[in-house]
Design a protein around this ligand. Structure first.
Ligand code: BTN
Length: 258
């Protein structure tokens, strides 16, 4: 994947027009942070064939075989107050899931807060990091890992991770998929700025089979059991447990099997 090849497949106006493509780097998000400090423009894309210290949610690693998948970070400079930043992850999950629909054998599902699943296994993880300047949002770095052609996963991920190739038996052109995802992200970006949060949440809910179902939420050592009832207007997950409704901002959700 060279910069030239990526550019040739871009159909966006701004997203990806400034582009840094690496063969190997610690983390595209770490690199994007440095670029933000240097004043990088909105839409700047940092992509790598391999990350030696890819970061996942909740301090985990993101493991992705070199040259098989898509691992990239996009610099956004949304005009939003800090409390609205969780919406950036939801908007991104909707845009990525919709773009992947064209390549997937079944409709991709969103799993709160921002995983994308195929047949119950994770095909994409999104990690957004917010950089503040005082109480103002300076940038949001959207880190996206999409499993495309990897079919062998480390033992600990075998039962929970998947890829487009694993689900279809086919190989995919990663640059074409990158182009589709960036186009959807760009098209839908204005929804963050036109008070369309409700419509983002509606789309996200439409893509999520979890609402209304019994779930377990793992938060470090703590496990919360209840029913996932809704997504709040700020992106939080609402869980009904006994007589009370809890508003959760972090955690790992799994469906409970009675
Ligand atoms: C998750 O844990 O689900 C989020 C994973 C996010 C991984 C992507 S890959 C590109 C970017 N760079 C990183 O170090 N992490 C994100």
């Amino acid at each position: 994947m060279t910069e030239v090849e990526i550019r040739e497949n871009l159909r966006t106006d701004t997203f990806g027009k400034t582009l840094f493509a690496y063969d190997s780097i610690d983390s595209t998000t770490a690199q994007a942070k440095k670029l933000v400090a240097d004043g990088a423009a909105e839409g700047t894309l940092v992509i790598a064939e391999e990350q030696t210290a890819g970061r996942g949610r909740l301090g985990r690693q993101w493991v992705s075989a070199k040259g098989m998948n898509l691992t990239y970070s996009l610099i956004l400079r949304p005009a939003l107050p800090p409390q609205s930043v969780p919406m950036v992850s939801l908007y991104a999950a909707v845009a990525v899931a919709q773009a992947l629909t064209a390549y997937a054998p079944v409709k991709p599902a969103c799993k709160w807060p921002n995983d994308i699943m195929l047949k119950g296994k994770k095909v994409c993880g999104i990690l957004s990091e917010t950089l503040l300047n005082g109480d103002r949002v300076d940038a949001v770095i959207l880190g996206i890992g999409i499993n495309i052609n990897q079919t062998d996963f480390p033992d600990e991920l075998q039962s929970t991770a998947t890829s487009l190739a694993r689900e279809t038996g086919k190989r995919f052109d990663r640059i074409t998929i990158l182009g589709s995802v960036l186009l959807q992200l760009e098209k839908q970006y204005r929804r963050l700025h036109t008070s369309s949060f409700d419509s983002i949440i509606e789309d996200w809910k439409e893509l999520s089979p979890m609402l209304g179902k019994p779930v377990q939420v793992h938060q470090n050592e703590k496990i919360i059991k209840g029913t996932a009832i809704d997504i709040a207007s700020d992106g939080a997950l609402l869980i009904q447990t006994g007589g009370e409704v809890l508003k959760l901002y972090a955690g790992d959700v799994t469906l409970s099997h009675p």
